[in-house]
Every structure is written in structure tokens, then in C-alpha cells.
Ligand binder design. Sequence first.
Ligand code: NAD
Length: 265
Amino acid sequence: MGLMDGKVVLIFGVANKNSIAWGIAKRLHDEGATIALSYAGDMLEKRVRPLAEEIDCDFVEQCDVTDDSELDALFEKFEARYKRLDTLVHSVAFANRDDLGGRFVDVSREGFKLALDISAYSLIAMAKRAEPLMADGGSILSMTYYASEKVMPKYHVMAVAKAALETITRYLANDLGPKNIRVNAISAGPIKTLAAAGVPGFRLMLKYSEKAAPLRKLVSQDDIGNTALWLASELGSAVTGEVVHVDAGYNILGLTATEDELGSL
Ligand code: NAD
């Protein structure tokens, strides 16, 4: 018996085997879920299809989350196939490289709109379309990062997008709670992925997090998959509107220097 037996899960954001969304897909599939995947752009199809086969998934559909007609078509196709949805996973983000790094004051209007549209508004657009399919309740998950709460070097426009995503999580949780649809976000520590490679200085961030986090380790796609399982399954049935940190404890620190580093000052 798996914790997700009989559950249907739609996941946005698998780009390759390093994607956080892939860690979630594998974990939920291990617990019995039927997985449907949506990816962005023709270029990714050749990477996503073989992964889908590994988890017995034959619903693999392209969708640009900035395009309402593509979202409508995707959800219509999904409804025709499965009739209902238990868990929706939003693991999607994008910002122009010019709006990461440099100075925050230089973030452009167009870059701001683009990053917020893809990385934050899309959660509202998905939730609106998921709601009618969640007549028996459901769980909606998205992926955020601590840069929404505290300043992280170079994260800039994406930090603002994550702050919006977290607020959207709370407002959706309040809207959809009476229908027993729970909405939560996972705030993951840094993980080496395609999206992360676009953040200037990311390698240093990885090194530093490992050294400073109370658990003295990095988190993995599997760690996020485990938390997603908790939030998607009955285990999380009384949890909504939360931002759950899965970051080896990094976010609790007021001062991130180790005693050794302080001693050498
Ligand atoms: P990833 O590159 O594997 O995933 C990002 C996904 O966003 C890709 O699948 C990409 O195709 C998709 N995407 C971008 N633009 C899109 C669009 N217009 N329409 C549809 N999909 C689009 O990287 P990841 O690190 O697994 O990122 C997944 C989520 O996790 C993102 O929200 C990211 O901000 C978040 N996150 C990542 C880290 C990290 O360190 N990797 C930490 C915290 C949060």
C-alpha cells in the first residue's frame, strides 16, 4: 500500500533528471501515484519522454505557462484523460540573466513582468484550472527559495517573484481551503539544476550553504520529494498556506559564519 495509491498528480517543470520536479515525480510515483507531466518547449521533449517512461507516465504535454490558451488546452486534455486531479505541482521559474546579478536597481520593467508572470502568476493560472478537477479536495505545491525573505546576492528579480509566489500560496490556501484544497510551498535549499545554473555565483552559494547550515549538508531532489509526499498525501491533511523550509536548517541562522570563521576575524 502506498501513500498516493489511486491519486492522480500533474507536475509542471521537469526539464531533465536534475529537476526538482523529477525528484517529486519519482517519489510520488513510488507511493502509487499516477503521474502526468507538462514541460516547456520542444527542446525539452527528448529529455522528458524517456524520464516519463521510467515512471509509467504516458501523459507528457508541452505547455508554456505564460499562455492561457496553452494552459486551457493542457487542462482540457488532462481532464478528458483522468477526469480528476489530486495533486498539482508547480516547479517552474524563469528570469532573464540580465535581471539576475548586477545591481538590483537595474532590474528592467520587461524583465520584472516576465519573471513574475512565469514564476508567480502561473500558480494562480494553474490553480484556477485545477480547482474544478479537485472536487474531492486536493493539494497544490510550489517551489520557492529563501531569497524571498532575506537578501541573497544576485537573486534580485527572482527573489521578488518568490515573495509573490509565497503570498499567492497563502491567498490561494484561504480561497480554496473550504473545498479542502490545500496550497503549500516548499522553500528548498540550493540544488544544482538547470535553472540554478542561471543564477550568478550559484556554485559559491552551494559551497557556503553546505558549510553554514546547521545540518552541514546540501539538500537533494529526494529530500524535496519526501516533503512533497508529506504535503501531497493524507499525512499533510491539516497543513495549508505554509512555506516549509527544506534547507538543512539554513533559514534559522541569524549569523551564518562558523565559529572557526569568527575566530579568525
Ligand atoms: P529546472 O530548470 O529543472 O526547472 C525549472 C523549470 O521551469 C524547467 O522545467 C523549465 O522548462 C520550466 N519553465 C521555465 N519557463 C517556463 C514556461 N514559460 N512555461 C513552462 N515551464 C517553464 O530547475 P529547478 O531548480 O528544478 O527549478 C524548479 C523550481 O524550484 C523553480 O521554481 C525554482 O525557482 C525552484 N527552486 C530551485 C532551487 C535550486 O537551488 N535549484 C532552490 C529553491 C527553489
